[in-house]
Design a protein around this ligand. Structure first.
Ligand code: PLP
Length: 430
């Protein structure tokens, strides 16, 4: 892998002078390598990779996916329209863009009707909603197979406590309902793990393949099966790239077995989000200050490194206690010691070094001076897309780095951007 240009303090200072801090830095080369890994995984006949674009929907990312022949999984009407603007083909034949949504919200129904995008349904009631909206076309059914889970409790994608998909026992009823509504079921889908271990992921895919094989026989219109996303990314160890050969074999075997069972050629899909984009972006913050609390009788007390990025820029540590590697960059760093890294927000949870019990977990880092930089790595997935305007800070700019050239891919939001939707428009009453 090419040396990360952000490790050079002079380079960082020049970039920071241009766009200010904090900002997100995307390395196109790292993204392309990950896209290639996924493409290798689905390089056989009738195997397709979609990108779950909710992980990062910036236009340059979408453009890169499009140029590499990756398809799209969208979760909202607006995500479909963003994919359309990035040049992805609309329509159901083939369904290059799929809408997987538990609830149709805002313009979703209108967009799927107009763009003929196939909806992948997570509840039986959605069939009636679709029919009433005038939709006439194929549908996918997202199944909750009763197993599978995420990287933390709160991120539960399969099993009794997951909100996603149609519970496996209700599937026959969903199929009846679809048939009655004249909506052919062309896709069977399950997404059972967001970031578990690689072995768990492979095992889940194997169990699903077994389940799907039986279901396909009852679905004469079904031409595709999707195993969803959830390919894990190793946030702690960048050198740990999983061996995907067993998964590639499972996918090829599943394709052959589904096709045999159905008596027709079946497409097999996966739709990773995180794995595609997690490593390609770094959140760059500037160290504002250092301060300490005095240790009390319970041993609580920390040395805080105050930085100008907060959970408005990267919410995963505050939301899930997620781990992000950190690097301090400066010309003359002091000794390594445990630091609690905290941001600017008026919220005590604005700490990047937390565990999943919301406790502060200081990190061994060299001691920087104010004005030095602190990098938060692997911020490409669920980073910018989950950013917010809490404290009216304006979303951070995004910089695209490709072949020695830096391009601003979104500028820092201004107060006018933040206020753009505010109004005083009369609605009801006198
Ligand atoms: C979120 C999601 C994905 C992507 O999950 P990752 O863990 O980012 O790979 C794929 N499919 C569906 C339906 C999802 O909801």
């Amino acid at each position: 892998m090419a040396e990360n240009p952000l490790l050079d303090p002079a380079f960082l200072r020049r970039l920071a002078d241009e766009v200010g801090t904090p900002f997100l830095f995307y390395d196109a080369e790292v993204l392309r390598k990950r896209i290639q890994v996924v493409k290798d995984l689905t390089s056989g006949e009738s195997l397709v990779s979609r990108y779950a674009m909710k992980a990062s929907s910036a236009h340059l990312i979408l453009k890169e996916m499009k140029s590499q022949g990756i398809w799209i999984d969208a979760v909202s009407g607006n995500e479909i329209l963003r994919a359309k603007r990035a040049g992805f083909a609309m329509g159901a034949e083939p369904p290059v863009v799929l809408l997987t949504a538990d609830v149709f919200r805002d313009n979703a129904l209108e967009v799927i009707r107009e763009e003929k995008v196939v909806p992948n349904l997570g509840s039986i009631g959605q069939l009636a909603t679709l029919r009433e909206s005038g939709y006439e076309g194929p549908v996918g059914l997202r199944v909750n197979p009763g197993f599978g889970h995420g990287h933390v409790q709160a991120c539960d994608t399969g099993g009794p406590s997951s909100k996603h998909g149609i519970w496996i026992d209700d599937l026959p009823r969903a199929i009846d309902e679809a048939t009655r509504s004249g909506l052919p079921v062309t896709l069977l889908h399950a997404h059972v793990g967001s970031g578990p271990t690689q072995d768990e992921f492979n095992a889940n895919v194997g169990r699903l393949a077994f389940l799907f094989r039986e279901l396909i026989e009852k679905l004469p219109d079904c031409g595709a099966v999707s195993f969803g996303g959830g390919l894990p990314h190793s946030y702690r160890d960048p050198a740990l790239v999983p061996d995907l050969a067993p998964l590639a074999r499972t996918l090829r075997d599943a394709q052959a077995s589904f096709s045999e069972s159905a008596g027709r050629d079946m497409r097999v899909e996966i739709e990773p989000g995180r794995f595609f984009v997690a490593p390609c972006a770094t959140l760059v913050s500037r160290v504002a200050d250092r301060k300490s609390t005095r240790t009390n009788e319970k041993g609580q007390g920390h040395d805080f490194l105050m930085v100008d990025a907060g959970f408005v820029d990267l919410v995963r540590p505050a939301m899930y206690g997620s781990f992000h590697r950190m690097t301090v960059v400066g010309e003359s760093l002091g000794p390594v010691r445990p630091w609690a890294v905290a941001g600017p927000l008026c919220e005590s949870g604005d700490v990047f070094t937390r565990d999943d019990h919301e406790l502060i977990q200081p990190r061994e880092l060299p001691t920087p001076e104010p004005g030095d930089f602190l990098l938060l790595h692997d911020a490409g997935a669920y980073g910018a897309v989950m950013s917010s305007n809490y404290n009216s800070l304006g979303r951070a700019p995004q910089v695209w780095w490709d072949d020695g050239r830096a391009v601003l891919m979104s500028r820092r939001e201004t107060l006018d951007d933040i206020l753009a939707a505010e109004c005083e428009q009369p609605l009801l009453g006198r």
